[in-house]
Design a protein around this ligand. Structure first.
Ligand SMILES: NC(=O)c1ccc[n+]([C@@H]2O[C@H](COP(=O)([O-])OP(=O)(O)OC[C@H]3O[C@@H](n4cnc5c(N)ncnc54)[C@H](OP(=O)(O)O)[C@@H]3O)[C@@H](O)[C@H]2O)c1
Length: 163
């Protein structure tokens, strides 16, 4: 099973502010939906609380060490290993790590595919993307301009590596 990371990162490595995404990027959200639909996704408890509901047509595996935490319509798991086990057992071929920063930090060393949106702006935020690690090779790149529904210019990249 391939472990993939999907994230949008500003020029100064910001990914979040006050528990939310710090931008409005409609095209990026549409692409996120298209890429992750039909798959198992792994998200942190704080990211889940920001989204506020399970993302439809995906198996939502919410990480929390709090055994009493409830996320209706999701599966709450206490460790990444258990999340991977659930996905593997149901025959998943590509599992997506969808953040936030704590989850990226734990999962990044195991990821071999990265769907990265570079947001061309310096953003005032309080959550930063941890290091991607070494060995990534760019396999696809596409530039997108600003629009009414897209606050900043972005570059979408796909990178791969072997561990
Ligand atoms: N730009 C992007 O692409 C993007 C994507 C996703 C999120 N975000 C942003 O990121 C921010 C949230 O990130 P965050 O780092 O504060 O929080 P987070 O990673 O979403 O959630 C952290 C919580 O998840 C649980 N957790 C994380 N790793 C775990 C592990 N290995 N095992 C068990 N439980 C684990 C813990 O929950 P308990 O405390 O319940 O134990 C931890 O307190 C928000 O601002 C959000 O909008 C941005």
């Amino acid at each position: 099973m391939k472990i993939s990371v999907i994230v949008a990162v500003s020029e100064n490595d910001v990914i979040g502010k006050d528990g939310h995404l710090p931008w409005r990027l409609s095209q990026d959200l549409k692409r996120f939906k298209a890429i992750t639909t039909g798959h198992h996704i792994v998200l942190g408890r704080k990211n889940y609380e920001d989204i506020g509901r399970p993302l439809p047509n995906r198996v939502n595996l919410v990480l929390s060490r709090n055994a009493n935490f409830e996320a209706p319509g999701c599966v709450v798991v206490p460790s990444l290993e258990q999340a991977f086990e659930i996905a593997r057992k149901s025959g998943e071929e590509e599992l997506f790590i969808i953040g936030g920063a704590h989850v990226y930090e734990c999962a990044m060393p195991m990821a071999t595919k990265l769907y990265l949106t570079r947001v061309h702006a310096n953003i005032d935020g309080d959550v930063k993307m941890p290091s991607f690690g070494d060995g990534w090779k760019l396999v696809k790149e596409e530039h997108f301009g600003k629009s009414e529904k897209d606050e900043f210019e972005t570059t979408f990249q796909i990178l791969e590596r072997s561990l």
